[in-house]
Write a protein that binds this ligand. Structure first.
Ligand SMILES: *Cc1c(COP(=O)(O)O)cnc(C)c1O
Length: 432
């Protein structure tokens, strides 16, 4: 079981809504910091351990700065993500640049920032050399093909576009060394939202064994092994939370068993989790403005799938509570809908909830849980929908007491933002 909590009372939430309007994302600083501490405590037994936060999960510099303060680096996959990491003060080898189909300019920026470039393909070795030269430290992404089953969100490795094959990694490291690389990293990212600790331990084991094989075949001892992201969160209350302690213990045992006897006891472990780091500490808060009763009962929110598309995209479950009605009986069944002209714009389908009051001014505030990763970040503007802003809740003196402060860390989009790409157009006409 996992308990679904929210850090504010209904009155506090209404006070915030009165200033900033609805809908909005709210992130809980204390929750994020406590979770980061849990991760670093669990992995303290791995010298040189680095956790790179996957920027795509929550690309906000205020959050990245907070995570950097906890000791995290960043995992970036595009030019803007590199710039976000830099803006948050994360640079050098604390950045892992794991991109694919990468333009030369992005490799150049990554190299300028001193990021660890994680190549996605054998052909990218020459491409990188032409773009900015081969840096001393290079990492390669391994696609284990049929050696490992993927999971539902990310698909089967054999069908995945990412990474080098096993033989290509051996050839790639050899080629990189010839071109001047002296330090090497091995990376894989195979699963997404995987709650089974053993799955991630198996990924570690696979990479550890491969590192031994690489050493035997090329003489190269990798400096780090990055087991990727993909730790899941219990979106449903009946799911068990993930145990970092169990994962770390399993990885440590595999490390001692496989790497240490081959003289690879100095290899540093890296991870690049996004979802598990911030997901449970973010909520989308929207007001219930409409209700309708046709063949089903609907509650209409002032947010839409443009703010949070996971339910529409993957049929994902997000727990929903109603502010001030946390303990009320679940006496109604609703489809909770957004305003987009797509029938899959539903945050919940046939969900048992307390009776919900609707109204633009006095409707209930509906809290959509576990939206702190791959939430606002995946938003879009289809149908002229303007995305919600983001707020950060800070608690002086930690969760135990102190006063709560909420500040804006991203404003909501405006109509001007929507029109921005239609203004100031290049007047050139090309006659062909
Ligand atoms: C998306 C992604 C991550 C983060 O995944 P989570 O499921 O959020 O942990 C890490 N690494 C790479 C290469 C990714 O594409």
């Amino acid at each position: 079981m996992s308990t679904k909590t929210f850090p504010l009372t209904k009155d506090e939430l209404e006070a915030i809504a009165a200033v900033f309007g609805t809908p909005f994302y709210l992130y809980d600083e204390a929750g994020i910091v406590e979770n980061a501490a849990r991760i670093f405590t669990a992995f303290a037994a791995f010298p040189g351990y680095v956790q790179h936060f996957a920027v795509k999960a929550l690309p906000n510099p205020a959050i990245l700065r907070l995570l950097a303060g906890c000791g995290m680096g960043a995992d970036c996959s595009s030019l803007p993500e590199l710039l976000l990491a830099a803006e948050a003060g994360i640079c050098g080898e604390k950045i892992m640049f794991t991109s694919n189909e990468t333009p030369a300019a992005e490799y150049r920026t990554a190299a300028e920032l001193g990021a660890v470039i994680n190549l996605d393909d054998l052909t990218h070795i020459d491409f990188l050399e032409k773009a900015c030269g081969i840096p001393p430290l290079v990492s390669c992404r391994y696609n284990p093909g049929d050696k490992k089953q993927g999971n539902v969100i990310i698909g089967n490795p054999v069908e995945a576009k990412y990474g080098f094959t096993r033989e290509q990694i051996i050839d790639g490291f050899t080629a990189l060394r010839k071109k001047g690389a002296a330090r090497f990293g091995l990376h894989a990212m195979i699963a997404s939202n995987e709650l089974c600790e053993d799955y991630h331990i198996e990924t570690g084991r696979l990479l550890f064994e491969f590192a031994v094989e690489i050493q035997e075949k090329t003489g190269i001892a990798v400096e780090f092994i990055n087991i990727g992201g993909g730790v899941g969160i219990p979106y449903r209350p009946e799911q068990e939370p993930f145990s970092y302690e169990k994962l770390a213990a399993g990885l440590k045992a595999a490390y001692e068993e496989i790497l240490v006897p081959h003289g690879l006891g100095g290899v540093a472990l890296r991870t690049e989790w996004g979802r598990a780091v911030t997901g449970p500490y973010g909520w989308l808060v929207a007001r219930a403005i409409h209700r309708k009763a046709i063949y089903r009962n609907y509650i209409g929110l002032d947010a839409s799938m443009a703010d949070l598309m996971r339910p529409a995209l993957y049929g994902a479950y997000h727990h929903i509570t109603v502010a001030g009605k946390e303990d009320a009986p679940l006496e109604d069944v609703y489809d909770v809908a957004g305003s987009l002209c797509e029938n899959n714009d539903k945050f919940a389908i046939q969900r048992r909830l307390p009776a919900i009051k609707t109204g633009e001014a006095d409707g209930d505030l509906v809290i959509i849980h576990d939206a702190g990763a791959h939430g606002r970040a995946m938003g879009f503007n289809y149908n002229g929908k303007l995305r919600a802003g983001e707020l950060l809740l800070s608690t002086d003196g930690g969760r135990a007491g102190g006063k709560k402060t909420v500040r804006m860390i991203r404003r909501p989009e405006t109509v001007d933002d929507y029109f921005a790409t239609l203004r100031g157009l290049d007047p050139t006409e090309v006659i062909v």
